[in-house]
Design a protein around this ligand. Structure first.
Ligand code: NA7
Length: 535
């Protein structure tokens, strides 16, 4: 490739989800030339890919939306309390049209490699088609749950029927009428899709390795006064979101679960359950995330609920999680536990009878073979790091991000990594990311990154890079916070435990969105303390 084949830009962004779109808008407003590469055929990121039946967000629409444009906030009309995937995609497309974003997005194109050139002080970014772009700034806006995974069992290709993964659902939809369907996985994607598939399929067999805690969403159409009220107080509400623990404002609990009488505690849990809000349940008491005894009260209460809903008590037993509530991502559902009362739905407990292989006709466990017309994999993602290490990123002196992170991700603030100048991650490991309302965390990171770039340009500087000391201290701090919680007790994707061989490290920052923002603001105010800036 000759030099004339290489395009130039100020910034290359990978991904046209909520992060990439807002970042493109911000950088453009600053007068930068930015190019976005996106593997899909349209904007939307997670909401472009995850089109499985029943897919919805578990944060309310009026809160799961951008705050950067008051006109957008005021003019977009959300229909439901918890919007469906098509509604969120409609929103993403609306944003792309409103801010004329598509002209700088290259669709159907994966970035495969990026190499830092220390002499030119820029990145050389390559795509799967061999295109190359040089850019001073390289930003991975690839999302935390983008690199999907299949179960590690033999025979995946042997099955003669239809195969689907929830994260790559056919755009035209799937009709399961009259079919015998098997589904592996009971995380959020399984929990949301199982009730919908069960209504259509002749027969549905659910293969469950770990049960999920799930709460009824109590979804419904938004009432006109709710929308009007929110639109009238949006600035104040957005501020509350930014200062909150999880990007969703809730009253801060003041009492331990262990200091109230049983009846009172039950009433608190009941009210949270009835509210259809995960954060309400998670923040019922001060100590659910840190005290096993406190957490056990929530666990036992939810177990009781499951036993009330599910008629077959042996099935209910199998659906009750044993790990502490909240230490794996809890789910929000519509008729999930009720679905196990249907005659055409069967639960297979893989802890008793593990998966052995996929066969020509279906799935074999240690007990027997099950025959299907279709298999659905709701088996999740190589979370938080997969989409970053899938690209061959080479920093200073050829340093490989993949190799550097072999023992676990190391970042400063979840935004940058030492040895990789001018590489930014949006909601990277070490930031609140998946423990928060993603849109709130995305906007905060995009603003931080755009402001940092603005600062460099104003000061006539060319590079910014975390110092090794600041990074070490941040990694220690993230671990220290996690060590005071119950999170490390579960085999979760937060810990990398769902991917064989992945180091067991708690990846998100558990100190809360508000605290984290304060830290980032301080860093910026002190001239990007902890980063080395150079001419
Ligand atoms: P999740 O939450 O990672 O769920 C994946 C599910 O698939 C989970 O139940 C896994 O069991 C199961 N799984 C994964 N690999 C296997 C194998 N090899 N054998 C059996 N079962 C397996 O992904 P989702 O797509 O549901 O949700 C991701 C996030 O999206 C969600 O948390 C929300 O934030 C939105 P395991 O629990 O690992 O035992």
């Amino acid at each position: 490739m000759s030099d004339s084949d290489i395009q130039t830009a100020d910034a290359v962004i990978v991904g046209a989800g909520f992060s990439g779109m807002y970042l493109l808008h911000r950088l453009r407003e600053m007068g930068l030339k930015a190019i976005v590469f996106e593997a899909g055929t349209d904007v939307g990121g997670t909401w472009y890919w995850n089109r499985y039946p029943g897919a919805r967000v578990d944060v309310e629409s009026l809160a799961y939306s951008y705050s950067f444009s008051s006109d957008l906030e005021q003019q977009f009309e959300w229909k439901e309390r918890y919007p469906t995937q098509p509604e969120i995609l409609r929103y993403a497309r609306h944003v792309a049209d409103r801010f004329d974003l598509r002209k700088d997005i290259v669709f159907r194109t994966r970035v495969t490699a990026a190499t830092w050139n220390d002499d030119a002080r820029d990145w050389l970014i390559r795509t799967e088609y061999g295109e190359a772009v040089t850019a001073r700034y390289f930003i991975m806006a690839t999302g935390c749950l983008s690199s999907s995974k299949m179960p590690e069992i033999p025979g995946l290709a042997a099955f003669k029927g239809a195969t689907y993964h929830t994260a790559h659902w056919p755009h035209e939809g799937v009709d399961f009428t009259g079919q015998r369907v098997g589904i592996i996985g009971t995380g959020s994607s399984g929990v949301q899709s199982i009730p919908v598939i069960a209504e259509q399929a002749l027969d549905l067999t659910v293969f469950q390795r770990t049960p999920s805690y799930s709460l009824p969403a109590r979804n419904r159409k938004l009432r006109p006064h709710e929308v009007t009220d929110m639109k009238a107080r949006y600035p104040e509400f957005r501020q509350e979101q930014r200062e909150s623990g999880a990007g969703v404002p809730v009253p801060i609990p003041t009492r331990s679960a262990l200091e109230v009488a049983d009846a009172e505690r039950d009433a608190v849990y009941e009210a949270a359950w009835e509210s259809g809000s995960l954060v309400n349940l998670l923040s019922s008491f001060t100590d659910l995330a840190v005290s096993q005894d406190a957490n056990d009260t929530a666990k036992r209460w939810i177990h009781r609920k499951i036993h009330e809903i599910v008629e077959d008590q042996a099935v209910a037993d199998d659906l009750c999680p044993e790990y502490p509530f909240g230490t794996k991502r809890p789910c929000l559902d519509t008729n999930y536990f009720e679905t196990y009362n249907r005659a055409n739905v069967h639960l297979v407990n893989l802890q008793r009878t593990p998966l052995v292989e996929v066969t020509e006709k279906g799935i074999r466990t240690s007990e027997r073979e099950y025959e299907f017309d279709a298999i659905v994999y709701a088996t999740g993602f190589d979370a938080m790091t997969g989409s970053l290490t899938n690209v061959d990123i080479r920093g200073r002196d050829g340093l490989s991000l993949r190799e550097t992170w072999r023992a676990g991700p190391r970042t400063y603030l979840g935004i940058g990594s030492a040895g990789f100048p001018n590489l930014f991650m949006i909601t990277g490991p070490g930031s609140p990311s998946v423990l928060s309302n993603m849109v709130v965390s995305i906007e905060q990171h995009v603003d931080f990154v755009a402001d940092a770039i603005g600062h460099l340009r104003e000061q006539g500087l060319t590079t910014i890079e975390p110092t090794a000391e600041a990074q070490d201290a941040w990694v220690d701090h993230v671990n220290e916070i996690a060590s005071h919680t119950l999170y490390p007790k579960a085999n979760s994707w937060y810990m990398g435990a769902n991917v064989p061989g992945k180091p067991r490290v708690f990846m998100p920052y558990a100190g809360g969105v508000g605290e984290y923002r304060k830290k980032c603001d301080e860093v910026a105010a002190k001239g990007y303390e902890g980063f080395a800036l150079a001419v």
